[in-house]
Design a protein around this ligand. Structure first.
Ligand code: HEC
Ligand code: HEC
Length: 207
């Protein structure tokens, strides 16, 4: 009798603890989202747009970008590992928690699909993205960036990003002007011609 009573008490306590735990995480996620929204609405939107769509082609789109990748880049801007006059200031006051919260905030947003401006070049880009160039040793981008150019946690989404931004980053990797974590992409970009960079960027922007 006593034993049964005890078990019942324990079960109730465990249920309450679980409920509170669940509640805690949910409340925490909501607080994180609210914090991210406040930061984004306070400054980021000026360049990256209120829906992560960006106000101009000079600013990369953040909508649909992977949360961990965003947090990683913000940390690199803050430490100075990735150099950018605009972004070092923006990231300087962010905590690691805020960086990840901003990542999740933007990852949830979606971008509308736009037709590529130069369809013939996009066709060439499609080939390079999926097959690389075996004559010069350019690897297929799909191997790391995914079938739909959606990336993964630490791999950036490339699909629907501005062509001019993608092309600029490829050139920066080639010259090692993109100074954080450039080893892999330097090897890729150094084998690419300007035409290949332009073509693959054109294809990805209309993905
Ligand atoms: C004054 C304009 C400006 C503002 C405001 C701004 N950014 Fe940026 N952001 C840029 C530019 C320019 C780049 C591209 C830097 C480069 O070329 O390497 C960039 C790049 C980024 C990247 C890297 C994207 C990628 O694909 O690698 C992230 C992440 C980012 N910004 C997040 C933010 C967040 C979060 C805020 C607000 C706290 C913010 N930015 C505010 C201009 C801005
Ligand atoms: C072996 C894996 C691998 C392959 C293959 C690869 N990439 Fe990448 N790429 C990466 C990694 C990792 C990063 C992120 C580096 C960082 O964290 O700063 C990246 C970043 C990029 C970026 C920067 C995106 C942004 O938002 O700033 C571009 C553009 C890019 N890759 C294009 C390409 C293209 C085009 C190809 C094919 C020709 C390709 N990559 C092949 C691993 C790869």
């Amino acid at each position: 009798m006593i034993n049964a009573h005890r078990t019942h008490k324990w079960a109730t306590a465990a249920a309450i603890a679980m409920l509170m735990g669940g509640w805690g995480t949910q409340a925490w996620a909501q607080a994180d989202e609210a914090r991210a929204k406040k930061i984004a609405g306070g400054s980021c939107f000026l360049c990256h747009g209120s829906k992560g769509e960006s106000t101009s082609e000079i600013f990369p789109r953040l909508a649909g970008q992977n949360a961990e990748y965003i947090a990683k880049q913000l940390d690199a801007f803050k430490s100075g590992a990735r150099k950018s006059t605009a972004m070092s200031d923006m990231a300087s006051k962010l905590t690691p928690d805020e960086m990840l919260a901003l990542g999740h905030y933007y990852q949830k947003m979606e971008l509308p699909r736009e037709e590529p401006k130069e369809p013939q070049l996009a066709g060439m880009g499609h080939y390079i993205f999926h097959n690389g160039n075996k004559f010069s040793g350019v690897p297929a981008c799909v191997a790391c960036h995914g079938q739909n150019a959606e990336g993964a946690a630490n791999l950036p989404r490339l699909g629907r990003q501005f062509a001019s931004y993608l092309e600029h980053q490829l050139k920066m990797f080639n010259k090692r002007d993109r100074t954080n974590d450039n080893a892999v992409m330097h090897v890729v970009a150094e084998k690419m011609t300007e035409l290949e960079m332009h073509a693959v960027a054109e294809y990805l922007s209309g993905k």
